[in-house]
Design a protein around this ligand. Structure first.
Ligand code: F3S
Length: 413
């Protein structure tokens, strides 16, 4: 693989051991993936900021790098950690576990990582521009910045993202190249479904698309509008049930002003029609509503935006969460502060819900709660929490989630 003079100097160790090691990893990855060269990146985002992912090995790696003077070279942000840094005791996190996450936070801080602790860094602090090359991990963030913002990143693995941050480079292959960003599988929504497309159909459609295409690039035709949060929910679900890292919604996302543009002029042979029957079936698969009590309701996955906080506050105003049920709202510290200023946090907390900030159900040790049944409006939670939290899952709209939290149970309507 071609290396510039500067990259060759880094590889010779002239810029210190952390950069040398990081460049060596990237060069080997590039060679294995057929990259001709490296490309400079505008920013990085790290997934192994969570103790649950990094573990003791991560602490050892970060400690060694810090001792060797490692510093990130580009704007770099952290994914959710494994604790709510302010409230970990309220979430029954063991003290020794919290101490390990705090140690990771300290080490990342010493390397110059911005402590955003969020899976939605693109909404503040780490906002890519169209066409920027990036070195990001976190499946829900990767699919968002590729699809909705038109930036370019492969779905990096933990530690490869750190190598990108330390060198400011990634191998130039995959989604960095225009020819690899063409839509490959076409999803056509039936007119009756498209005309009455409910908010919670976005994660459901994402889930269906992800499990159908795996890591191919889907193109969705039929919708005429979608909000920032709906695109976020769609992408996160598709990246969880499949490995989608880029999607196109014709007429909505920036590289898909027309079907021809989304597909690079070659309309895919593989076409799938999605109607009400298919959406209903996938929602059953994600966790159909069966009558019964609920232990925990999880909303804010990916991390809630200020618009979502406003919505939660409106739905919870004057209500009270059932005493046998937990309602947890996941978000980041930036949105929390803004929502506090705007009075939403007071309404949400007065109703008995808890904010879970800088983390989420999937990243925290929740065994002490003994949860058996979770209700969520998130396709990503629906996919992962049966394994990570060990619960049965019910997938429902945001309104139905709040109703379940207040009633302490779900009922098939
Ligand atoms: Fe974010 Fe956790 Fe969901 S990392 S995307 S809130 S599973």
């Amino acid at each position: 693989m071609y290396l510039t003079d500067e990259e060759q100097r880094i590889l010779n160790g002239e810029c210190g051991e952390p950069q040398r090691l990081a460049l060596q990893v990237l060069a080997k990855l590039g060679e294995a993936c057929g990259a001709e060269r490296l490309v400079e990146i505008a920013s990085a985002h790290l997934v192994a900021s969570s103790y649950q992912i990094a573990g003791e090995a991560g602490i050892e790696i970060y400690s060694r790098l810090v001792e060797q003077g490692a510093r990130v070279k580009v704007r770099t942000t952290s994914d959710p950690g494994s604790i709510d840094f302010a409230r970990w005791r309220e979430f029954k996190t063991p003290a020794e576990y919290a101490a390990r996450q705090l140690r990771i936070a300290e080490l990342l801080d010493q390397m110059g990582v911005i402590p955003t602790w969020t899976c939605t860094p693109y909404a503040a602090f780490n906002v890519p521009r169209f066409g920027d090359h990036l070195g990001w991990s976190e499946s829900s963030a990767v699919v968002f910045v590729n699809s909705v913002m038109g930036a370019r990143t492969n779905r990096l693995a933990a530690y490869v993202d750190l190598c990108a941050a330390l060198t400011g480079r990634v191998p130039y292959f995959g989604l960095h190249l225009t020819e690899n960003r063409r839509g490959e599988v076409l999803f056509e929504l039936t007119p009756d479904l498209a005309a009455d497309f409910a908010d919670h159909y976005f994660p459901a459609l994402g889930y269906l698309v992800g499990q159908t295409v795996g890591d191919k690039i889907p193109v969705i035709v039929g919708l005429t509008r979608a909000t920032f949060d709906q695109l976020k929910a769609f992408g996160a679900a598709s990246a969880a049930s499949g490995s989608v890292a880029l999607y196109h919604m014709v007429g909505i996302t920036p590289e898909a002003r027309t079907l021809e543009e989304a597909c690079g002029g070659r309309i895919p042979a593989e076409r799938i029609t999605v109607g009400t029957r298919e959406i209903t079936a996938v929602m059953e698969q994600m966790g159909g509503v069966t009558d019964g009590p609920v232990d925990v309701v999880g909303i804010g996955c990916p991390h809630a935006s200020i618009d979502q906080m406003r919505r939660y506050a409106a739905l919870l105003a004057g209500q009270r969460v059932h005493p046998d049920t937990e309602l947890w709202v996941c978000t980041n510290v930036v949105v929390e502060e803004m929502a506090r200023k705007m009075g939403y946090v007071e309404i949400i907390e007065r109703a008995g819900a808890k904010l879970m900030v800088g983390t989420c159900h999937n990243d925290c040790p929740l065994q002490a709660w003994g949860f058996r049944r979770l209700v969520t409006d998130s396709g990503k939670f629906a996919y992962y929490t049966p394994t990570t939290v060990g619960t049965q899952c019910v997938f429902a709209s945001t309104e139905a989630c709040i109703r379940a939290a207040v009633a302490g149970r779900v009922e098939r309507s």
